[in-house]
Design a protein around this ligand. Structure first.
Ligand SMILES: Nc1nc2c(ncn2[C@@H]2O[C@H](COP(=O)(O)OP(=O)(O)OP(=O)(O)O)[C@@H](O)[C@H]2O)c(=O)[nH]1
Ligand SMILES: [Mg+2]
Length: 298
């Protein structure tokens, strides 16, 4: 049995979470077209007959613009410590930039075995992708493999999985086989709600939004009751999230509820409340903690 932890590293929007979903063949972590979708570490547990691979999805590493950005980058950096393999994901179309220089430094400090993954191959020519691969190889110390993938078409995904297995040690399972993530349902529910907000709103609204699930309760009739607060930074944003006659919040709620019902195989009642917490992204850790952005970071 091959067992180990694989941490995904890369700037926002390169397709880290999409790659995990492609490996699983279904959606396990949220993906949106907007950068900084993933905000906190999440372990996703892959099982097959001869392996258990724990994929550690992380926030994209970028130059932070506020306290919350710092928190995300710290969460990513901390999550990469102690993994067996780092999967350094690059966007074949965007290529190398300042974020990659920074990520290369972090990886080289860690001594972890590294696989380089040039993703979004459906958008680029192999010739160009190879140039990017060579450049990346010249910057990373401890490379054990390279792969060209498209999370969209599935290209390279089985090779990637094999490459990981080939480089993991024999061991015993770390998590029970029926466990998909190490996060509770409250976390997954908050993520799904936030995904819908990212999908349905624009400009600064998605990034000014935080979702905290306050209550998950099983009712006598078998319905799963989930109550969540949606925090925004300004009253105008609250207006946008609620929408004319409550249309927007209704749509967010019904889209998230449908996915939660699929996830839990239950009927779900989703109760959403929009609240204003001014400049929450600038607040110090105590405040982030208060709105649920806790753990990992000292
Ligand atoms: N065409 C194409 N699009 C992709 C591919 N992989 C991911 N995407 C798209 O790229 C966008 C970002 O994908 P994510 O998986 O959220 O990226 P991420 O690296 O997890 O981003 P953060 O969570 O913000 O760090 C989404 O719109 C995906 O659909 C790919 O191989 N090809
Ligand atoms: Mg992500």
């Amino acid at each position: 049995m091959k067992v180990g932890f694989v941490g995904l590293a890369g700037r926002p929007n390169v397709g880290k979470s999409s790659l995990i979903n492609a490996i699983f063949g279904r959606k396990v972590v949220i993906v949106t077209e907007k950068p900084q979708t993933t905000r906190n570490r999440i372990n996703v547990i892959y099982n097959d007959k001869d392996s258990q691979i724990i994929f550690v999805d992380t926030p994209g590493i970028h130059r932070p613009l506020h306290r919350f950005g710092e928190f995300m980058v710290k969460a990513a950096t901390a999550a990469l410590k102690g993994v067996d393999i780092i999967l350094f994901v690059l966007d074949g179309e965007r290529g190398w930039g300042e974020p990659e220089d920074n990520i290369a430094d972090i990886i080289n400090k860690s001594e972890a075995k590294t696989i380089i993954d040039v993703n979004k191959m459906d958008l680029v020519e192999m010739e160009d992708a190879k140039v990017l691969m060579e450049k990346t190889k010249s910057k990373i110390k401890n490379i054990i493999g390279e792969v060209f993938t498209s999370a969209k078409t599935g290209k390279g995904i089985s090779e990637l999985l094999q490459l990981i297995k080939d480089n993991l040690e024999e061991g015993v399972k770390f998590y029970p086989e029926d466990m998909v993530t190490d996060r509770p349902l409250s976390f997954m529910a908050a993520e799904l709600i936030r995904e819908k907000i990212f999908l349905l709103t624009r400009e600064e609204v998605p990034h000014s939004t935080a979702v905290i699930v306050e209550e998950v309760k099983e009712r006598k009739n078998g319905v799963l009751y989930i109550r969540a607060n949606i925090y925004v930074e300004r009253n105008s944003q609250k207006g946008i999230l609620i929408g004319k006659g409550g249309q927007m919040i209704k749509q967010i709620g019904s889209m998230a509820r449908r996915e939660l019902e699929f996830l839990t195989d239950r009927k779900v009642y989703l109760d959403l409340f929009v609240k204003v917490k001014e400049k929450w992204r600038e607040k110090d850790f105590i405040i982030l903690n208060e709105i649920g952005m806790r753990d990992e970071i000292e």
